[in-house]
Design a binder for this molecule. Sequence first.
Ligand code: TUI
Length: 314
Amino acid sequence: MIKSVLCEMLGIRYPIFQGGMAWIADGKLAAAVSEGGGLGIIAAGNAPADYVNEQIRIARSLTDKPIGLNIMLLSPFVDEVAKAAAEAKVEVITTGAGNPAKYMAMWKEAGSKVIPVVASVAMAKLMTRQGASALIAEGGESGGHIGELNTMVLVPQICDATHLPVLAAGGIADGRQMAAAFMLGACGVQMGTRFLSAEECSIHPTYKEKILKATDLCTAVTGKRLGHPVRSLRTTFAREYTKAEFGGASDEALEALGTGALRLAVQEGDLEKGCFLAGQCAAMVKKEQPAAEILSEITAEAEQVLRRASEWVE
Ligand code: TUI
């Protein structure tokens, strides 16, 4: 067994969160992860409150274990989703792509634990002062919207900047990396890409296949010019976007290229126009398996590695 303060704090067996991936992390996937002993997290993404409420209902019908909701702070529906989260009393609220300070009092009053994703020391200190229960330090190996720093340098600096429990995220897909995260001071991990291959993950079969066939250099970052760098698989979309980005396309034209691209990847498996978000660890995802098996396999491997760690010391 891995011992972690996160397990006691949240009532979970494994200190592993499933990342709140927009369009992907629905009630079914979140319930499978929570039922398997981790923390399953529903992604609100850019969806309205009605969608979020429905996914929470689905998750609650499949598990009585704690669940989380990820609120993407750039969403046009962020205010109504923030309110819905408080009303639904989800056990954990995670946030991404911004500063959730103005909602934190409301969420805490509702009894939710607030665990923001941070990508810098300044944000970690601010969230600590605002009453977060833990922090997710997400490095640039991650899929989707990313910050400047990578996991290896971000995690220890965040751990030094807060007394709160820290989860490491970004590029983590196996037990060796989970053990390494503990060595950096983290007491848990969040994984997104690894859960794309879960049997309970309902992405288009083409998306799953692209992940299972990915190799080490398969991802690229686009969107730096608009100030929203995003990591995805190198597909036609990524190539076309990069061409437009560095070929003098207007901001409006770039926005138009990106609109709907996540949905096209997830629901249609559209290899031309879809944006297939994935972390740098995509190549480490080798087979489709139940979410519960992913959790037990990674934890068993981390335990084995951690037991051997003392062999380095005489
Ligand atoms: O949010 C994510 N990953 C995402 S969000 C998303 S949807 C989207 N699509 C296109 C453009 C933008 C978003 C796809 N993937 N991860 C968590 C995360 N949060 N990574 C980095 C941050 C972050 C960045 C800045 C957190 C806080 C922050 O603070 C800035 C400030 O001072 O407000």
